[in-house]
Design a protein around this ligand. Structure first.
Ligand code: PEP
Length: 256
């Protein structure tokens, strides 16, 4: 039994303490009875402190959208994982496609960040996914396998079991185009096979694989019902309390 996990990735939105708090004050009472789904809100860095304060003693955890692999020093503009831990962040998203595509983050860089986060006990949501052109030329599995082996390079079973993988087809992120539940499940099954092949069956059974890409209240349940889909990473629909709540409810009702 894998507990579904819903991440609300606010991207570069709601980054002021007042905007973040306003949303959270609506969300907290809506989700307060939900214990069978892990809920992680991932605001911009500038709203992390106020978000962590606001969700204290609730069932909502907080994550950061990125981190650096060094702990301190001359790395202007970067954020140390130690700062995140001290602040009270429980999760960090690594290798989001916007980081990979816009900021040129490579599998190797994401791997370094991942190893550092794991060594410090910070939970990670690690994103992988193919571009439209890669899907259309039949290369989805090849791309996923390559990202998988390089991003998770040199992790042992114990480390890998702590990672949450977000499968996010890039063509579905922020575009309103969602993978069909069948398309998503096919790749989730493939990722689970990669886990079995590269780690062991126990690890493959434990690792949660979220789907991400234009999840909305109207499509969430059909996606989450699939056997290998353990919740979602939600961008646009996580900005409003009502829509995020409906997505979380869909994850709750789809528990396998
Ligand atoms: C995301 O930010 O990871 C994401 C999936 O965004 P959206 O839900 O807006 O497509």
């Amino acid at each position: 039994m894998r507990k579904p996990i819903i991440g609300g990735n606010w991207k570069m939105n709601k980054g002021t303490p007042s905007e973040a708090t306003e949303m959270l004050k609506k969300l907290i009472p809506l989700v307060k009875e939900i214990n069978s789904v892990d809920i992680v809100i991932v605001p911009p860095f500038t709203a992390l402190y106020s978000t962590i304060e606001c969700v204290q003693n609730t069932n909502i955890m907080v994550g950061a959208q990125n981190m650096y692999f060094e702990e301190k020093g001359a790395f202007t503009g970067e954020t140390s994982p130690l700062f995140l831990k001290e602040l009270g962040c429980k999760f960090v998203i690594l290798g989001h496609s916007e980081r990979r595509d816009i900021f040129k983050e490579t599998n190797e860089l994401v791997n370094k960040k991942l190893k550092k986060a794991l060594s410090l006990g910070l939970n990670t949501i690690v994103c992988i996914g193919e571009h439209l052109e890669e899907r259309e030329t039949g290369r989805t599995k090849e791309i996923i396998e390559n990202q998988f082996s390089n991003t998770f390079k040199d992790l042992n079973n114990e480390e890998m079991s702590k990672v949450v993988i977000a499968y996010e087809p890039i063509w579905a992120i922020g575009t309103g185009k969602t993978a069909t539940p069948e398309q998503a499940e096919e790749i989730h099954v493939f990722i689970r096979e990669l886990l079995t092949k590269n780690y062991n069956k126990k690890t493959a059974d434990i690792v949660r694989i979220q789907y991400g890409g234009s999840i909305k209240p109207k499509n969430a349940e059909d996606i989450f019902k699939k056997e290998n889909i353990d919740g979602g990473l939600v961008g646009g629909a996580s900005l409003q309390a009502d829509s995020l709540y409906e997505v979380i409810k869909a994850a709750e009702t789809s528990i396998k």
